[in-house]
Design a protein around this ligand. Structure first.
Ligand SMILES: *[C@@H]1O[C@H](CO)[C@@H](O)[C@H](O)[C@H]1NC(C)=O
Ligand SMILES: *[C@@H]1O[C@H](CO)[C@@H](O)[C@H](O)[C@H]1NC(C)=O
Ligand SMILES: *[C@@H]1O[C@H](CO)[C@@H](O)[C@H](O)[C@H]1NC(C)=O
Length: 814
């Protein structure tokens, strides 16, 4: 009302017109002014003059004229905001029309604003999206608040709820409206606070003051201001070797505080060595590191790689991944023979080093600790040395002849779980030492040889074995020098040095000797050689090689000998006896006698084995006086040998009765003997004369050139003179002259036999030739200096004896 009064008081009239000022929103009927008075009219005339208000444009009339009082009253409530909007002045113009006379007065009513509207924001909420990366000072325009009122009653200012980040800047735009801007005072961090709600208040200056508030909702937009962060500063994992493919080793994980694409982390390997790339793969999305290749601790025991985590916009960070490979006992120990003696001599002492081995295991730790042993019961052991070296030593005596080589199985086992082992077999041979002498198969040997064997025939064979190796076990045979009957045994037998076969070198004669012993030595070829010997007894067995020899009647003289048989001899009386011997023995010497021819068969009989000739019947007168018997003496050998002899019997009591008994054979023999005697005598006489002449001649020429008297003479060794019928071995049998050839070997080592000349020719003893007298200066033989007068008779006796003996011997043989 005060306002109204004040306004009313300010009414003035312009050009006879009146103007009023009223506040808006007056009630109907409120008096605006006393129109009649103000214009200077008589209020009473208004009705008669048909006073009325006209508008120029026929628009709505808000006022009426109270004709009786002549006042202008509010006809309808006026809303200035509706009428004039935001125009600062708002006036309504009317014309007051009066008739009689027509009078027109302008009436202007100024409508004054009252603060009847509060400021108003168009929305309840102001949504702001602000990048967290926005800088300090950045301004954000806020939507202004509207107030339908004008001037003071319009929005005059804003205020902002107190906060850390923003302040408010109030500005006036060109049409005088106030608006505000949000100014960033402090950077936002989405990761710290994602949303901010601020209350913005707009106020006017009306009376009473009115205000309106709105919430500013600030959504902090993410900026890619965070790099991915790994869950661990370093990834260190252990992976057993031989892990199968696709084993997940480790999953790296990084988080990015950013949002959306800025927070989408992918992984990749950065700066990867080839070996890592071959062995591991990284899942881009999940960060799983998987095995893609073989993992061998022995090749590579640690892998290092860098994994990069990257967000969608490429901010990245790195982390180190260390994969330590742990050892698995996947390598068996390896046995390496460093050196090995080809052979150990069998006489090596215990503890001799034979070889060196080395064991290796590629694993590590306890998987690498190895135990090494030699399997089986062998005389070898391993002696550990430094750094998995072992020497192989013998532990006992070796005997090549018992075990020639050993297969040593060396086992190496490591300490892993489960343990792995390996083994190696090495062969150690035992080399020979000549420690075994040859040993004959038998303690002694006996050989039986039939006499008259062929020279060169084998007698027997000896064998000695030597278990040593090669030349240490190669046996050679030889004879030990010895003598049999004064003759070296090597002239009887020889031995094949290689085969041990003993050969006879000559024909043996049972009648000469029946057995002899030979010592055979078997010697190996070692150095020094070892030998042993054995006795071979050679027994010569008899063969029927001697025909019976008739001793009586003596063969040479039996022709002349005649047995006298008394005429009165009765049946059964012993007439004569044939005595025969046989040099053989046994059956070969068992003689039997038979009459093969007789003058009067039936008169005499001969004892089959006694050789006694007996009358078979009484001798009668009618029997012929001369009885000749031919008797065969036969031995019992196979085949048997026989000799015959003739026995002349004379049935007579008186030898004188038979002067004509000499028969032709007697005469012949006699004359033969006589002629021999004559030749002998002539020879002796001639020799004697020649000798005398020789002596005389020598005496005459003292100084003549000497001549070897017996030059070319053959001196026969007495030992090899035909030992006719000499009783050699005391057996009582007789033996005949013999001659033989001998085979001699050139050496016991070869089997070649070489025929040499007659033994007799070869072995003339030098001692039996005549010698020169050492002290004699004369050129003549000392034979010549013999005192002929003193020794002449002796000498001549010798000469005569020799020259008589020779023809007699010849005669005897004949
Ligand atoms: C030794 O090993 C060899 C093969 O290397 C085999 O022929 C021989 O029979 C083995 N000897 C022994 C005594 O085991
Ligand atoms: C024979 O034995 C000797 C040692 O007595 C030895 O040195 C030699 O090597 C052996 N010979 C063979 C062929 O084994
Ligand atoms: C023959 O062997 C015996 C032992 O068997 C030995 O006493 C003797 O000396 C050996 N003789 C020769 C000549 O080697």
């Amino acid at each position: 009302m005060i306002y109204l009064v004040m306004c009313l008081s300010v009414v003035n009239t312009v050009f006879g017109d009146v103007s009023y000022t009223i506040p808006e929103e007056l009630k109907r009927g409120s008096v605006v002014g006393n129109l009649a008075k103000d214009i200077g009219l008589d209020a009473k005339t208004l009705s008669s003059r048909k006073a009325r208000l006209n508008t120029d444009d026929g628009s709505k009339r808000y006022f009426e004229i109270e004709r009786n009082a002549g006042t202008l009253i509010v006809g309808d409530a006026i809303d200035r905001e509706e009428l004039c909007g935001s125009r600062p002045s708002c006036s309504l113009k009317y014309q007051l029309v009066l008739e009689k006379p027509l009078e027109i007065h302008g009436i202007s009513v100024q409508i004054q604003d009252i603060n009847d509207n509060a400021p108003q924001f168009s929305t309840d909420l102001i949504n702001l999206e602000i990048q967290e990366s926005a800088n300090k000072g950045t301004q954000f325009l806020l939507s202004e608040a509207h107030d339908a009122d004008v001037l003071q009653n319009a929005v005059q200012g804003y205020s902002l709820e107190k906060n850390d980040h923003f302040s408010l800047q109030i500005r006036t735009n060109s049409d005088g409206m106030k608006y505000s801007e949000l100014v960033m005072e402090k950077e936002l961090d989405r990761e710290q606070q994602q949303e901010h709600n601020l209350i913005l208040t707009a106020f006017d200056n009306g009376t009473p003051q009115k205000s309106a508030s709105v919430v500013i909702h600030i959504n902090v937009l993410d900026a890619n201001d965070n790099v991915p962060v790994f869950s661990q500063p370093i990834y260190r994992v252990e992976l057993p070797e031989n892990a199968p493919l696709d084993t997940v080793v480790v999953t790296v994980s990084a988080t990015d505080a950013d949002e959306g694409i800025n927070g989408e982390v992918t992984y990749e390997l950065s700066r990867v060595p080839d070996k890592v790339a071959r062995t591991f793969s990284l899942d881009k999305a999940s960060g799983q590191i998987k095995v893609t290749g073989p993992i061998d601790f022995e090749k590579e025991n640690i892998y290092e790689m860098r994994v990069q985590a990257k967000d969608g916009l490429g901010s990245a960070s790195n982390v180190k991944v260390i994969i330590e490979i742990t050892d698995v006992n996947d390598n068996a120990p390896a046995i390496v023979v460093q050196s090995l003696n080809d052979a150990v001599p069998e006489n090596s002492v215990a503890g001799t080093e034979v070889g060196i081995i080395n064991v290796q295991d590629k694993d590590s730790g306890s998987n690498q600790h190895i135990h090494c042993t030699i399997q089986g019961n062998v005389p070898f052991k391993l002696n550990p040395s430094i750094k998995n070296y072992y020497s192989i030593l013998t532990t006992g005596e070796l005997d090549r002849e018992f075990i020639a080589y050993y297969n040593l199985t060396i086992t190496a086992i490591d300490e892993g779980t489960p343990p792995l082992s390996s083994f190696k077999t090495i062969q150690i041979s035992v080399s020979d030492v000549n420690d075994n002498p040859p040993v004959f198969e038998h303690q002694s040997y006996s050989a039986y040889v039939t006499e008259n064997n062929k020279p060169g025939s084998s007698v027997c064979s000896v064998t000695a074995r030597d278990p040593d190796w090669r030349q240490n076990g190669t046996v050679f045979y030889s004879l030990l020098p010895s003598e049999v009957n004064g003759v070296p045994v090597s002239s009887y037998v020889s031995i094949n040095g290689d085969t041990g076969v003993i050969h006879a070198l000559r024909a043996f004669d049972y009648e000469q000797f029946r057995s002899f012993k030979v010592q055979v030595v078997a010697r190996d070829n070692g150095s020094p050689p070892l030998s042993s010997n054995v006795t071979v007894s050679v027994f010569i067995t008899d063969e029927n090689d001697n025909s019976p020899q008739i001793l009586y009647p003596t063969p040479e003289v039996n022709s002349f000998m005649t047995e006298m048989v008394p005429k009165a001899a009765l049946s059964g009386s012993l007439v004569s006896k044939v005595i025969a011997v046989d040099a053989d023995s046994g059956q070969n010497a068992w003689l039997s006698y038979q009459i093969v021819k007789s003058t009067d068969p039936g008169l005499f009989t001969i004892g089959l084995h006694s050789g006694e000739i007996r009358a078979q019947r009484d001798i009668s007168e009618s029997d012929s006086m001369k009885q000749n018997l031919v008797i065969s003496v036969k031995d019992n050998g196979q085949p048997s040998l026989s000799t015959t002899c003739a026995v002349y019997l004379l049935i007579s009591d008186n030898l004188a009765e038979v002067p004509e008994l000499k028969d032709m054979s007697y005469e012949e023999s006699n004359s033969k003997l006589t002629s021999y005697l004559i030749i002998a005598l002539v020879s002796v006489s001639t020799f004697f004369l020649t000798f005398i002449i020789l002596i005389v001649a020598i005496r005459i020429c003292h100084r003549r050139k000497p001549r070897l008297l017996f030059d070319g003479a053959v001196a026969i060794p007495s030992a090899y003179l035909p030992p006719n019928y000499a009783d050699v071995d005391g057996t009582g049998t007789l033996r005949s002259a013999y001659n033989y050839d001998a085979y001699m070997t050139t050496g016991s080592r070869t089997s070649d036999f070489k025929f040499v000349t007659s033994y007799n020719d070869n072995t003339l003893p030098s001692g039996t030739t005549l010698k020169r007298s050492p002290g004699d200066n004369s050129d003549c033989l000392n034979f010549t200096s013999l005192d002929f007068t003193e020794n002449g008779s002796k000498f001549s006796t010798l000469v005569i004896a020799v020259f008589f003996w020779a023809p007699l011997e010849i005669a005897g043989n004949v």
